[in-house]
Design a protein around this ligand. Structure first.
Ligand code: UTP
Length: 409
């Protein structure tokens, strides 16, 4: 594509601002920008027009019961035996979603490299690997760990983990793969530049993990090595148990195609996505999609019917993931803080959200499964997400919870 062709294409979509600094670029930069313009997925911009309709069209929602803590405790030995057998025989892998940019935290580096320690170094990646090591040590077998990064943080993530000797994890069992990128737009729908010759691209959401894993060639590796299940979890929950035996065994014993860890809601109107049924299939309904009636519905024992919020820790059957690989996931339009080049050519790093990114979400994969085991965990023991520096779901709250769980900071 040459400049004229790019200009014609961009004017069709009213996006000529992308060429504002074209003449200031050297030839390599110009060619790079033209190539980026050529590969823009224009269908994403249509999502801005249809925004309200796509986000609001839900099917018929019904509550979905959970495997609750008291039942899990009663059946712990049974579940742990099943989980141990599955992990020992290499049937369960783990996927760490670490491709996000963690814009709310405002930390300049991959979130996993953030140090939550106070009197000593304790990095987020270290917390997660320590948690997984509990299982490795108990069972006496390494769990293959796949770490998703993005163009924005790949080098830093891989070298950080290497420099820290993978915090004691066996390097042969750690594999990295990169997720894909999508363009970002300002509130006016105009595509943004992050440099004069570079489109603003951001990771395309955590829902792209399986297709990116496949693109990296790992599906065959997984199948050949006998992996039948993959757990998938977020980088920011420092307290979560990963591939713990009871969860793995509980999901397998349930006969479901996937499982999701859930916590009991702290209040009916807590802002969490709730695992339920939608048109008879498992699904996650966001708090703002529920009617007031639904939010307060209770069973005869007085328990909320929509009572269990997801914490981004799932387990999927690999053969089912393969079957749904060609089904496209909904793309969500998400408000974010997006650095951009302004009309004076200055790079601006906004303090508040200034535009939209396009993201597929792992939670939408649950709806493509025929069944899901909602597996209850105790919030104070397994849920300490780090989204912000202070306040709710923050470094402060996570530190407090880590200490309560016996971790020295
Ligand atoms: P969040 O939804 O918290 O997004 O990610 P984020 O980008 O990390 O943070 P904010 O919203 O900008 O503050 C939940 C999990 O999904 C991963 C994150 O790394 C985190 O583990 N994720 C998110 C990806 O792997 N890729 C993405 O494109 C987005």
């Amino acid at each position: 594509m040459n400049r004229e062709e790019a200009a014609a294409l961009l004017s069709r979509y009213d996006q000529l601002q992308l060429l504002t600094y074209f003449d200031e670029l050297n030839e390599t930069e110009q060619n790079s920008l033209l190539a980026q313009i050529e590969s823009i997925d224009w269908s994403l911009l249509d999502l801005l027009k249809n925004r309200t309709t796509t986000e609001e069209s839900r099917g018929v929602l019904e509550p979905l019961g959970a495997l609750e803590v008291d039942e899990i405790e009663r059946r712990r030995d049974e579940f742990e035996a099943i989980g141990a057998e599955a992990i020992r025989s290499g049937k369960v892998g783990a996927v760490l979603l670490a491709g996000g940019q963690g814009t709310r935290l405002g930390y300049d580096g991959p979130k996993g490299t953030f140090n939550v320690g106070v009197t000593r170094d304790l990095y987020i990646f270290e917390c997660l690997i320590n948690n997984l090591m509990d299982v490795v040590n108990r069972v006496g077998a390494w769990v293959p760990l796949y770490i998703m990064t993005s163009d924005k943080n790949h080098e830093e993530t891989t070298s950080f983990l290497k420099d820290h000797s993978y915090f004691g994890y066996h390097a042969d069992f750690i594999h990295f793969f990169k997720q894909e990128m999508a363009p970002s737009v300002g509130y006016d729908g105009k595509l943004l530049l992050e440099e004069k010759g570079k489109l603003s691209l951001s990771p395309n959401g955590n829902g792209g993990w399986f297709s990116s894993l496949m693109k990296a060639g790992y599906l065959e590796v997984l199948k050949e090595s006998g992996v039948e299940w993959l757990t998938v979890f977020a980088v920011d929950n420092v307290l979560q148990r990963i591939n713990d035996l009871a969860f793995v065994g509980g999901v397998i014993a349930s006969g479901c195609e996937c499982g999701g860890k859930v916590v009991r809601k702290a209040a009916p109107d807590e802002r969490v996505g709730v695992l339920c049924l939608e048109d008879g299939r498992p699904s996650i309904v966001e708090y703002y999609e529920m009617t007031d009636d639904m939010i307060h519905l209770r069973d005869e024992k007085g328990n909320l019917l929509y009572n269990f919020g997801v914490i981004l820790n799932y387990m999927f059957r690999l053969d089912r993931l393969e079957e749904i690989q060609n089904t496209s996931l909904q793309i969500h339009v998400v408000e974010k803080k997006i650095p951009y080049v302004d009309e004076n050519g200055t790079i601006v790093k906004p303090e508040t959200p200034n535009g939209y990114k396009f993201e597929a979400l792992v939670l939408d994969m649950v709806h493509l499964m025929n069944s899901c085991c909602a597996y209850e965990v105790v919030r104070e023991r397994e849920f300490a997400p780090i989204k912000n520096l202070h306040g709710i779901d923050s470094v402060d709250s996570a530190r407090e919870l880590l200490v309560k769980n016996g971790v020295t900071l």
